[in-house]
Ligand binder design. Sequence first.
Ligand SMILES: C[S@@+](CC[C@H](N)C(=O)[O-])C[C@H]1O[C@@H](n2cnc3c(N)ncnc32)[C@H](O)[C@@H]1O
Length: 246
Amino acid sequence: MSADRLTGGALPLDKAPSRIAGMFDAIAGRYDLLNTVLSAGLDRRWRARAIASLALTGRERVLDVCAGTADVSLGAAAATPGAARVVGVDFAGAMLAKGHEKIVAAGQTSRVQLIRGDAMALPIAAASVDAVTIAFGIRNVQGTGEALRELVRVLRPGGRLAILEFGLPQAPGLRQLYQWYFLQVLPRVGRMVSRHGGAYSYLPESVGAFPWGQDFVRLLSDAGFAEAQSRPMTLGVVYLYTARKP
Ligand SMILES: C[S@@+](CC[C@H](N)C(=O)[O-])C[C@H]1O[C@@H](n2cnc3c(N)ncnc32)[C@H](O)[C@@H]1O
């Protein structure tokens, strides 16, 4: 794999919903373990920062799009103060099944519900939620603009958005080290543990081809969000994007 794969030089990636859902279904059993191992446990902190940015008061209805195994959904429900209700939406049934097991184990079935659906056509009424999250999901959605406009549609006016997505550290030295880790180490460990040929090569390819920082902030503004901001975390490995519906 060349460094081009991390800087957007490769051909457009196939993000057909059936391909993406199939890939996440195939790795669902090892997804949480790999998250912890490959991020050295930092993923929990990134999600906690995203949830904290919503400034929940205990009354909100939160929508967690691309919910996967429900870590953000559960985190928003368990925060103090947390969400009154959380609905998680994802199109990969095996990821949701794992998430449901965790919701049952956490005793949160009355507050957290998971629904199968596509981020580009959310099964959620207009202006019906107070806050929306997407953690490490928007990069995988075939139509970024379509999905962002869906988020605007379902949020009530003034409602908050928090998106987590990978970036690429730019500091000299660190950039090269990170590229080596992301292109050489992560796909090998991912392939070994998940036993899936492509999912953890797709990860760096999709990150390299996706806008981050101010470029993604512009997409949020174009979709109709106000007060869009980006905050790098862990030296730019991950960005937290926040915005409001006007
Ligand atoms: C990297 S996982 C992130 C899961 C979870 N949010 C987390 O923080 O661990 C990306 C998730 O997005 C889901 N996804 C990707 N595109 C989607 C779409 N168009 N509609 C619904 N879910 C989608 C995948 O099925 C997968 O579960």
